[in-house]
Design a protein around this ligand. Structure first.
Ligand code: SDX
Length: 429
């Protein structure tokens, strides 16, 4: 892949080095700087990794300028239209879409892992009733490593795939149990006669005292939302999973680290923050006041659900979710916050501050409107993101761990602290 080179010269020493410029299948080429320290005695410096490629991957491709998202080469728009979430899970894990037989086998496999160890139910009871469900997810997912010792051999492809199936299957069960814990109701056992998403809805809204059948509109909407959230190349939480996993740690621990990272409001926690922001704005007449705050560098307020590190155009997922929100609200009744969100987007997209900085609605801007319409409480929104993103995290973990050239991730730094100095005696401090 190295077609061209870039010549770097250190003007202070006159030393020169040629660095390979590597091209992928599509997208921005990368400058291979692995020899830089040896050749020129320096590191690259890129806080936040805004211009750094951390790895090579075949899973997902984003074109930020075009607003394009491909899973294994397939456009997200076509996948959302034609495939189920579990078909896309198969695609992300195996690299190709399943035929009917492979799909049915995969679905049956996932269904066979939906139960969680009874010991985990006791573990869940230890949380305060008002614990944030993402705190529970982070804790319980990490504790899976205490229950599945046979998934400790990360170099066994079968155990890696078993880990993937277990995580994809158990996330909805853990998520629904976290919700039930917060409302003091008994957690529901999975029903494997239902679809992946139908089973999640059953575990969320079902009760041992009465029959429950999932609403097909909600089932379909959630299936598409899980699919749209499934992967997004080297975002913060996926990079967290890769860095944690690079130490050869237990995969459940690495996924727990990714879960914790996703919780942040700058990342997956934004979907919950958007609805809280819309509630705070309250009416169209307040939009200007809040936009002024978003533009004020002295005000920590940000327009939640807006902006993206990669997309400098409309997030393609946001376009699909915005359309879906209209359809879901037709079914469940209008929500004034949709009107407010539409106005906010329209006004912001005409404002020079947002236009100049290419700030568009991202995946989190409209998703909460749908979750809310389905009756899902705000503090469960990022849990929904977690259910969808788990397959992406584990696909990247598998891609990294199966690479014989995997090395532990260990960035360097620019040190600006004290130089060497002697410890003064206590009397002199
Ligand atoms: C996700 O990486 C992924 O792929 C993530 C994700 C995935 O699927 O995994 O897509 C999911 O995390 C989506 C993003 C959800 N977060 C939010 O909606 C929170 C609000 N957005 C911002 O915090 C911000 O846009 C980020 C964090 C998303 C991106 O931040 P960057 O890339 O570091 O951009 P930046 O902070 O350098 O912003 C550039 C400029 C700055 O102003 P100047 O210094 O140039 O004057 O734009 C401003 C920022 O202040 N800006 C915003 C803004 N986002 C950026 N100003 C007001 N409101 C905002 N939302």
């Amino acid at each position: 892949m190295a077609n061209k080179t870039v010549t770097l010269t250190d003007n202070s020493t006159g030393k020169t080095t040629e660095l390979p410029l590597l091209n992928g299948t599509c997208g921005t080429p990368v400058l291979d700087v692995r020899s830089l320290n040896k050749e020129l005695g320096c590191f690259t410096f890129d806080p936040g990794f805004k211009a750094t490629a951390s790895c090579q991957s075949e899973i997902t491709y984003l074109d930020g300028a075009k607003g394009e998202l491909l899973y294994r080469g397939y456009p997200i728009e076509q996948l959302a239209e034609q495939c189920s979430f579990l078909e896309v899970c198969y695609l992300l894990l195996h690299g190709e879409l399943p035929n009917e037989q492979a799909r049915d086998e995969f679905v049956a496999n996932i269904s066979s892992h939906t139960m969680i160890n009874e010991g985990l139910r006791v573990f869940l009871d230890g949380f305060r009733y008002d614990a944030h469900p993402m705190a529970i997810m982070t804790g319980v997912v990490g504790s899976l490593s205490a229950f599945y010792h046979d998934s400790l051999n990360i170099y066994d492809p079968e155990q890696r795939m078993m880990t993937a199936h277990r995580l994809i299957a158990k996330m909805p069960t853990i998520a629904a149990a976290a919700y039930k814990h917060s409302i003091g109701e008994p957690a529901m056992y999975p029903r494997n006669d239902l679809s992946y998403t139908g089973n999640f809805l059953y575990m969320m809204w079902g009760r041992p005292t009465e029959a429950y059948e999932p609403d097909p509109v909600a089932e379909k909407a959630l299936d598409v939302l899980f699919l749209l959230h499934a992967d997004h190349e080297q975002n913060a939480s996926t990079s967290t999973v890769r860095l944690a996993g690079s130490s050869q740690t237990n995969p459940f621990g690495a996924i727990a680290a990714g879960t914790a990272s996703l919780w942040g409001p700058a990342h997956g926690g934004a979907n919950e923050a958007v609805l809280r922001m819309l509630d705070e704005i309250g009416s169209v007449s307040n939009i200007d006041k809040f936009l002024a705050r978003a533009k004020d560098k002295n005000d920590p307020f940000r327009l939640m659900g807006f902006g993206h590190r990669v997309y400098k155009n409309f997030d393609p997922r946001a376009k699909i979710i915005k359309k879906m929100a209209h359809k879901v609200l037709e079914n469940y009744g209008d929500d004034p916050r949709m009107e407010l969100a539409l106005h906010l987007e329209e006004i912001a997209r005409k404002d020079d501050y947002f236009v100049k900085r290419n700030l568009y609605p991202n995946v989190d801007f409209y998703s909460g409107i749908i979750y809310q319409a389905l009756g899902i409480p705000y503090n469960m929104f990022t849990v929904m993101f977690t259910i969808g993103r788990t397959v992406g995290w584990i696909a990247h973990w598998m891609e990294m761990v199966s690479d014989p050239k995997m090395v532990i991730g260990r960035p360097r730094q620019l040190y600006t602290g004290h130089g060497p100095r002697d410890v003064p005696s206590l009397k002199k401090r």
